[in-house]
Design a protein around this ligand. Structure first.
Ligand SMILES: [Zn+2]
Ligand SMILES: [Zn+2]
Length: 176
């Protein structure tokens, strides 16, 4: 979905859009959309700059960083982004501008790519750590047991191994 700035009749535009299934490609294999994103925004022309503020609502499926199980996460980022025409970007400014915060973008050819905005805002809304729940106990690094659902088998395996060694010793001593 694009907003064509040349077609803007006023300096302000309000849009509400619900994506159809398959309409938005997140371009990220780690994130699956569970609900079609809904985006609402107000676009304003401020001289050369364009300001877009609004909200996205959707639900995604991701994997827990600790136990690797898939879980659903509601994502509802608010955003407020400024766009400048890419033509104003001088080469020496590039470094400075990319270091500015993520609330700044560029548009080219009088069009603003709303899909790219939605995609980026969903990604920015993800928490640093993806956890299926705050106290997820994760997987045992040795036996791989999911400690949320089962006890780790490592301790009992060590125990069994020790008993087996003792039995072997006993049998050898008895000459069986
Ligand atoms: Zn987990
Ligand atoms: Zn274990």
């Amino acid at each position: 979905m694009y907003v064509d700035l040349a077609q803007l009749e006023q300096d302000e535009l309000c849009v509400e859009h619900e994506y159809a299934v398959g309409e938005l490609d997140l371009e990220d294999a780690e994130i699956v959309l569970c609900a079609p994103p809904r985006v609402r925004f107000r676009l304003q022309r401020l001289g050369m700059e364009i300001r877009i503020e609004g909200r996205i609502e959707t639900e995604i499926e991701v994997r827990c960083d600790r136990c690797l199980s898939a879980f659903r996460l509601p994502v509802r980022p608010d955003f407020d982004v400024f766009y400048a025409p890419i033509e104003v970007l001088k080469p020496e400014e590039e470094v400075e501008l990319t270091e500015r915060d993520l609330r700044f973008g560029f548009y080219q050819g009088e069009r603003i790519d709303i899909d790219a905005l939605v995609r980026e805002q969903i990604r920015l809304a993800l928490p640093f750590r993806l956890l299926c729940r705050e106290d997820c106990r994760g997987l045992c690094p040795h036996c791989g047991a999911d400690l949320n659902h089962e006890a780790c088998r490592c301790a009992s395996q060590e125990w069994d191994a020790r008993w087996a060694a003792l039995w072997d010793l006993k049998r050898r001593m008895e000459g069986v």
